[in-house]
Design a protein around this ligand. Structure first.
Ligand SMILES: NC(=O)c1ccc[n+]([C@@H]2O[C@H](COP(=O)([O-])OP(=O)(O)OC[C@H]3O[C@@H](n4cnc5c(N)ncnc54)[C@H](O)[C@@H]3O)[C@@H](O)[C@H]2O)c1
Length: 433
């Protein structure tokens, strides 16, 4: 018998308690649902069961987790099958990545879906939130659940897709402010998912006509960003060639309402923008702006290194410090970070490579083949070149006078104080100036 009363759906399993999953679980648990989070990481499970968030720099999340814990509406387990077996709604937010050859890598989510299929009961609603190649919710995961559970998609369980579009560091705010795009396997799945989100997130909805439309819309957003950043990067490199300052150009051009030039930078990282274009490329969009933009953005690290060489010559045995292992500011996320491209480049140039990132431990940094360097260490006076890759808040008041031998600062995010740095006799170069 299918459930058609959304109000009777009370128990929710959130599969994947990462930055997004834990935040969703905490919000649902504070909005009238009894939530069990499932994650293969036992440390995450332990901390959630103590009422603690393991996610840094997410304003409001610590309090929500603690509040739900005290109210007994949020708990966690490493046994997904069990959490699913006790739930009416299952929200899946386990990453899909790409491998070194940029082939779609499903290992985490395939394993999660296997566990879900072993626990799912008749009448449940499964909502995928992970960014997916269009078609996967139904054709890969729906079918896998059917095959392993013996239940049927149309008859025995409901299936929906709703992409997660939030930005780390302001997830709670975005969950409230962005409309939630929802697609369903059929009318009933769509209605159940929409009713759930109305109550669980109290946000506006955009209902679309199919699972595939909802999946496509999220990948399209990421391709849009990647293509526009690539355009900004291409124009920045060209502006440099012509002796024009790109920052000034952007301010001037964007004063016209149809111009939305993005900011250029040393590269694009994280587990969204550099990954999701491959979800289209892999499905046949393998020519034109989408793959070309990937190349342009990934080439910026190479461009930055050649720019440094042009200024100071060979980097062999030079002490080069990268600020920020993370792909962007104030988030601990090394996936596809431009730092990884810089590390490869600088190793090839035989530079003596150092990395500072206040969000990572020394041993975490060492795993990437670089030496960690604290900004309190006296060795900062031996640094020849500084590259800003992620503008963490700790770098906003960085005292460059301690870098007494530094010849060049390459500001990969155009965020540092050019005037202050130049006054110390250190060359300053940004991207597009
Ligand atoms: N982080 C963002 O800024 C962002 C923004 C928009 C959308 N998203 C989407 O959210 C997804 C998750 O992002 P995140 O930042 O929370 O990732 P994350 O890496 O912080 O967390 C993923 C979690 O999944 C868990 N996991 C892995 N395999 C599992 C399995 N088989 N069963 C249960 N749990 C498993 C991991 O242990 C980890 O805790 C992304 O892949 C993307 O599709 C993320």
């Amino acid at each position: 018998m299918l459930i058609d009363q959304s109000q009777s759906l009370q128990n929710v399993a959130v599969v994947g308690l990462g930055k997004i999953g834990l935040t969703l679980a905490a919000v649902f648990a504070n909005n009238g649902y009894k939530v069990v989070g499932a994650d293969i990481n036992k440390e995450v499970v332990t901390s959630v069961n103590q009422g603690k968030s393991h996610v840094n720099n997410e304003p409001g999340l610590d309090q929500l987790v603690l509040h739900a814990h005290k109210n007994n509406t949020l708990s966690a387990t490493s046994v997904t099958t069990e959490a699913v077996a006790h739930s009416d709604i299952i929200v899946v937010i386990v990453p899909v990545l790409v491998d070194d050859q940029n082939n779609v890598d499903y290992q985490f989510i395939d394993s999660a879906v296997h566990d879900i299929a072993k626990g799912i009961k008749k009448g449940s609603l499964v909502i995928f939130e992970t960014t997916l190649p269009p078609g996967d919710t139904k054709n890969r995961f729906g079918k896998k659940i059917e095959e392993l559970s013996g239940l049927s998609m149309e008859k025995d369980f409901h299936l929906a897709y709703s992409p997660e579009r939030v930005y780390s560091n302001r997830i709670l705010e975005d969950l409230q402010n962005y409309p939630k795009v929802v697609g369903g396997l059929n009318r009933q799945s769509l209605e159940l998912a929409s009713n759930f989100y109305k109550r669980a997130l109290d946000c506006n909805l955009i209902e679309v006509s199919s699972l595939e439309t909802a999946e496509f819309s999220k990948v399209a957003e990421c391709v849009y960003r990647d293509v526009n950043i690539a355009l900004a990067n291409e124009l920045a490199v060209f502006a440099e060639e012509k002796g024009v300052n790109m920052a000034e150009v952007i301010t001037a051009s964007n004063s016209q309402p149809y111009s939305h030039l993005h900011s250029p930078g040393i590269g694009v990282g994280g587990h969204c923008i550099p990954i999701y274009p491959y979800f289209f490329i892999d499905k046949g969009l393998d020519q034109g702006l989408t793959p070309m933009s990937r190349q342009i953005n990934d080439n910026m690290a190479n461009y930055a290194v050649s720019k440094i060489e042009k200024e100071i010559g060979s980097l062999e045995n030079e002490n080069v410090l990268i600020l920020g292992l993370s792909y962007r500011e104030n988030v601990k996320e090394p996936t596809k970070s431009t730092s990884l491209l810089l590390i490869d480049q600088l190793k090839n140039k035989k530079a003596n490579l150092l990395i500072n990132d206040p969000l990572f431990t020394d041993s975490e940094i060492q795993k990437y083949g670089a030496n960690p360097l604290s900004l309190e260490d006296s060795f900062v006076s031996e640094i020849d070149v500084v590259i800003l890759q992620a503008f963490h808040q700790e770098y906003s008041h960085l005292d460059f006078s301690k870098f007494s031998k530094c010849k060049l600062v390459l500001d990969g995010r155009n965020k540092l104080n050019e005037h202050e740095i130049s006054q110390l006799g250190i060359k300053y170069k940004g991207i597009g100036n």
